[in-house]
Every structure is written in structure tokens, then in C-alpha cells.
Design a protein around this ligand. Structure first.
Ligand code: FE2
Ligand code: FE2
Length: 357
């Protein structure tokens, strides 16, 4: 009895008592067609931004976001086949931050596929990440789905070589609204690799591309932007079932460009606002997107969350589970040919604003 009570207390303290605890991660379930025997689930965790203070000290809030995600992934049912980390593990690319992130992520019971973010990269141009974490771009097949992982946060050589020190370069790229920053790119060499990688596949193979930045252009001053996105989209154009999953924007954001559906994943650290509600400069926040509410600054975990994504016949159905708001469902509409937020696409049905800020 005593043992049971102790265990219950532990579960409560760890925030995992009860099955319906909202998670700051995205649970992605793929089910390829009604007759598929190969359905599977994966977990997607992104943008933890672990921030080193000094010695063994890190910003607690960001640590706790990632730790919570790791704990909850380990309790996920159905179990994920693997976990994707969507980039920005670190805040300023420091070895201490990457090591700290690896230590927290090592508690996962599942293998991890890693996507590199700009916060992981611009201190040493991906050297430590390549040595300790993962290749920067690669592909793999899993149960009939072809996954392509891109390093989408490259940029122009003349910008990279402009700075007095690696730390200065990292600081310049780390800021959201910095006119000294530089747009993200996949660059021709990687695009050529991708072309070859996809060349042997039949055109109806479901393809999931995972990048850190969105592979389209939303708002340049904040680098919600990939400079050569159109070139990447052109390589994907012949395929009938293409989904791009990306991090970086820290918010629910979705789009359809030609044959490609785009889904953004939330952050375990903090939400960004939508540029359309904030900035004067022109932006291209997708018309399809129904925004999340502005985050409540009184709530540490607001506007982070998780989602369940089903892909039926290669098309996405995304059940977003928001921490302190009504859940959302986004599904591909075959007749319209783009994703629709089934309840909230109608302005009359949208989530009422929160009552206190
Ligand atoms: Fe981020
Ligand atoms: Fe980022």
C-alpha cells in the first residue's frame, strides 16, 4: 500500500498522472490508406532552445518544457516508432547546450531523427552537431513512407564570413527581428542531392520532408523564410502525396502550395506571435491559416502543445491539442485540394479570445 501511494505521489509530481495531460510535442500518426498494414505513429518534439547561463545552470523553463515532452513521449500509446526533433535544441549553439539537450533526450525509449536548426548551427557551422548528434541532411524509408531531412537554415557565404567571431555570427542569427540577419537557404548542392535521392521513387510514394524553417516564404524580417524554397518545391512537384513538417515558427501554421501540404510544429519553449498581427512590413501568412490565440503571458505553457496527425491515403489529418485552449482539427479536403481547419475555418466558430493577459 505504502509503495502504491508513493508511486501515485511520484506520478502526480511528475505531471503524468492521468492519460489526458497535454503535451508540448506533436504526436504524428501515419495511416496510409484503409488497407495498409503498415500504419505507424511518430512523436515530433521541436524548438526547446535550451539556454546555458553559467557552470551547470540552464534556463529552467526551457529545460522543463523538453523534459516534459520526453517524459510524455515515453508514456505515449500507441508507442511511436521513432521521435523527430525539429531543430533549435540549443539557444546559442554552445557545446554545453547541445550536450545538455542530448542528455535530456537520451531518456527517450525510442530512436530519434534529428533536424538541425539555426540556433544549433551558427556558432561552429554545424561541426559539433555533426560529430555528436546527427548528419545535417539525410533520407530514410519507413513502412512505405520516404522521409527526407533537410538542412534548410544555410545562407550566403558572404554573410557567414562577415563577422568578427563565431559567437557574434551566432548572436546575429539568433535574433528574431534583426536586420543584420540573413535569409535561410537549402542551397543548390543539397537540392541536387535531394533530386537524386528522389529519382528512383514512384510518383505516388508518400513523401514527408522535414526541415527546420518553412520551405516557403512567410515573413522575411523574422526569417520565417527560405530563400530558395521554390527550387525545393519544384523537385517535389512530380509527387502526388507530399507533406512538409517544419519547426522554427513556434505556432500552428499551415498552407498548401501546389501539390505540397505544409504543417508547422509547436515549440516546447515559447510561442511566437503571428507577424500579421504585429509587423508593419508586408507578410505572406497563409490565407488558409486560422491563428492560435495570442499566448497568455501568465501561463508558462500556453501556446505550446501537441497534436495527433493521421495521414489517410497520404493526406494529413492533424488534431492539435492546445494547452489552454480548445483543440483544433485540420484535415486535407479532397474537393478543395488544401487543408481546412474543420471547425474554425468558419469565422463564426472561432475560439473566443482569452479573458486575461
Ligand atoms: Fe526556434
Ligand atoms: Fe529556428
Amino acid at each position: 500500500m505504502k509503495k502504491n501511494l508513493t508511486r501515485r505521489k511520484f506520478l502526480k509530481a511528475a505531471g503524468i498522472a492521468g492519460a489526458a495531460v497535454a503535451m508540448p510535442l506533436s504526436l504524428v500518426e501515419f495511416s496510409w490508406g484503409k488497407n495498409s498494414q503498415e500504419n505507424f505513429t511518430l512523436a515530433y518534439v521541436s524548438d526547446s532552445h535550451l539556454t546555458h547561463i553559467k557552470g551547470g545552470q540552464f534556463v529552467r523553463n526551457f529545460d522543463m518544457g523538453l523534459k516534459k515532452a520526453v517524459t510524455e513521449v515515453n508514456f505515449m500509446r500507441p508507442k511511436p516508432d521513432f521521435v523527430v526533433f525539429g531543430g533549435d535544441l540549443a539557444q546559442l549553439g554552445k557545446k554545453a547546450e547541445i550536450d545538455h539537450g542530448l542528455e535530456i533526450m537520451s531518456r527517450l525509449r525510442y530512436p530519434v531523427k534529428w533536424v538541425v536548426g539555426e540556433h544549433d548551427y551558427y556558432l561552429d557551422l554545424g561541426q559539433y552537431w555533426s560529430e555528436k548528434v546527427s548528419k545535417l541532411h539525410y533520407s530514410f524509408d519507413h513502412k512505405g513512407v520516404h522521409f527526407v531531412v533537410l538542412n534548410s537554415i544555410l545562407t550566403y557565404d558572404n554573410w557567414i564570413n562577415r563577422w568578427k567571431s563565431p559567437a557574434e555570427r551566432m548572436h546575429q542569427m539568433a535574433r528574431l527581428d534583426n536586420p543584420q540577419g540573413s535569409p535561410f537557404m537549402v542551397r543548390d548542392r543539397q537540392i541536387e542531392w535531394m533530386k537524386k535521392d528522389l529519382s528512383g521513387l514512384s510518383k505516388d510514394t508518400p513523401i514527408v520532408v522535414m526541415s527546420h524553417s518553412p520551405l516557403y516564404k512567410i515573413f522575411k524580417p523574422w526569417n520565417f523564410w527560405t530563400e530558395d524554397a521554390e527550387k525545393v518545391q519544384a523537385v517535389l512537384k512530380p509527387f502526388s502525396k507530399v507533406t512538409v513538417l517544419h519547426g522554427h515558427v513556434h505556432q500552428i501554421l499551415y498552407n498548401q502550395i501546389g501539390n505540397i501540404s505544409f504543417q508547422a510544429m509547436m515549440s516546447t519553449a515559447w510561442p511566437w506571435p503571428y507577424p500579421v498581427s504585429y509587423a508593419q512590413a508586408g507578410n505572406a501568412v497563409p490565407k488558409l491559416t486560422v491563428f492560435m490565440n495570442r499566448a497568455d503571458p501568465h501561463s508558462e505553457r500556453d501556446a505550446t502543445g501537441w497534436s495527433i496527425i493521421n495521414l489517410d491515403n497520404g493526406r494529413v489529418i492533424n488534431d492539435f491539442k492546445l494547452w489552454e485552449n480548445t483543440n483544433r482539427t485540420l484535415r486535407y479536403d479532397d474537393k478543395l485540394g488544401y487543408p481546412v481547419d474543420t471547425k474554425y475555418q468558419n469565422p463564426a466558430d472561432r475560439i473566443p479570445p482569452q479573458e486575461h493577459y
